[in-house]
Ligand binder design. Structure first.
Ligand code: NAD
Length: 360
């Protein structure tokens, strides 16, 4: 086994992750959904929400915070509104079913408001916007994170919420749909971990220390005693994070995080998703035409100094996916080692996972 950072082709890596998830007791269908979702996040360039989540998932599974092969439990289904309890199931499979149900109801009624709660980690939120886009739908997502708070509210000195993501998917332009998918922290915690591992400082304005003072030392976001990440965009991002907590957490039927962390490994998400069928609204043609002309107009802005070309939300993920499908997915050796250790916790031979991931 090489100690160098491995680079994997996505089909082989997907097979390796499927094998690992199967060892946790999931059905073949769930293994495929989980593996494709995680490898899909790596392909999109969001390694923080890709296969590196596996060790946390395995710990959570062994602790009982994550349950296999769950179907969403229907709490309300009146067509225009759907409230589902994820039953602590894999967010990758519960989320897929929940979105499919919401898409079917939006197809019938023109729109659907989905509240999904009590589900294990649902990964990259853009994945769910892509599912809606594939069905021709606009979708808007507010998400909260039910685990140790890591982001400080603007004006505060310690962490009070998660990196609560907000996402909007618009199915046009058809060849490059708009997908704004963003954490509400100034920087993802995974990026602080990379800086910490490399011994690098962070840019100013992203982290506070244990006393709430600004620092560029990433340790305060990575190892105890913790400080906190700062919200993106000062009071504005802090406000969006708060709204994600209340809508994604409470209006979805779950709850908000307002208690000390007990150290458990499970990470649950709550999501409020609003799906709109532009065909039913009668404005699909206008939206399609305006999206093309407006985005073309935006793209004509001359690139700022140091920028190779202007990008629209969704472009970076498409660019990285195109490149990684050809060149492979780089995984740092520490993350890969942690994944192989997780395989061993499930009584799997780590060498089997390593060989599978490196096969052609
Ligand atoms: P990011 O900062 O890389 O990108 C945010 C958005 O900005 C994306 O829509 C991207 O397309 C766009 N973008 C990036 N660079 C751009 C550029 N140069 N020009 C124009 N647009 C650009 O993403 P992030 O905020 O670090 O979030 C990473 C991922 O983490 C997301 O997929 C998010 O859903 C996920 N996340 C999940 C959870 C969870 O609990 N499930 C929590 C937090 C974040």
């Amino acid at each position: 086994m090489s100690l160098a950072d491995p680079v994997f082709q996505s089909p082989a890596l997907t097979r390796a992750i499927e094998t690992l998830v199967a060892a946790g007791g999931s059905s073949p269908h769930e293994c495929t959904l989980v593996a494709r979702n995680l490898v899909g996040a790596n392909l999109a360039g969001h390694d923080s929400h890709g296969i590196g989540m596996i060790p946390r998932y395995v710990d959570s599974l062994l602790e009982g915070g994550l349950r296999v092969d769950r179907d969403p439990l229907v709490r309300l289904d009146c067509g225009a509104m759907l409230v589902l309890d994820g039953d602590s199931g894999y967010g990758q499979s519960v989320g897929q079913k929940a979105m499919q149900m919401a898409i079917e109801r939006a197809r019938m009624n023109g729109s659907c408001i989905l509240g999904l709660h009590n589900t294990h980690h649902i990964g990259r939120i853009g994945h769910w916007a892509e599912q809606a886009i594939a069905a021709g739908m606009v979708s808007i997502h507010f998400v909260n994170v039910m685990t140790r708070p890591i982001v400080a509210p603007w004006g505060g000195r310690d962490a009070r919420f998660g990196t609560n993501p907000f996402c909007v998917g618009i199915p046009f332009p058809a060849d490059a749909p708009v997908i704004l998918d963003m954490a509400t922290s100034g920087v993802a915690q995974g990026k602080a971990r990379v800086a910490y591992n490399k011994g690098n400082a962070m840019d100013p304005g992203l982290i506070i220390d244990t006393d709430g003072n600004p620092t560029t030392d990433p340790r305060y976001a990575v190892v105890p005693p913790y400080g906190a990440l700062m919200p993106v965009g000062e009071h504005k991002g802090s406000g969006i994070a708060l709204v994600c907590e209340l809508l994604g957490g409470a209006l979805s039927g779950g709850g908000t995080w307002h208690r000390p962390h007990t150290g458990e490994k499970k990470v649950h998400n709550g999501m409020l998703a609003i799906l709109i069928d532009p065909e039913a609204m009668g404005t699909a043609d206008l939206l399609r035409e305006e999206a093309m002309s407006f985005i073309e107009w935006v793209r004509q802005s001359p690139p700022a100094a140091g920028v190779d070309h202007l990008r629209i939300a969704g472009d970076p993920e498409r660019e990285t996916r195109k490149r990684r499908l050809i060149e492979g997915i780089p995984v740092d050796a520490t993350t890969w080692g942690d994944i192989l250790n997780a395989a061993a916790k499930l009584k799997l031979d780590p060498a089997l996972i390593d060989r599978t991931a490196r096969s052609i």
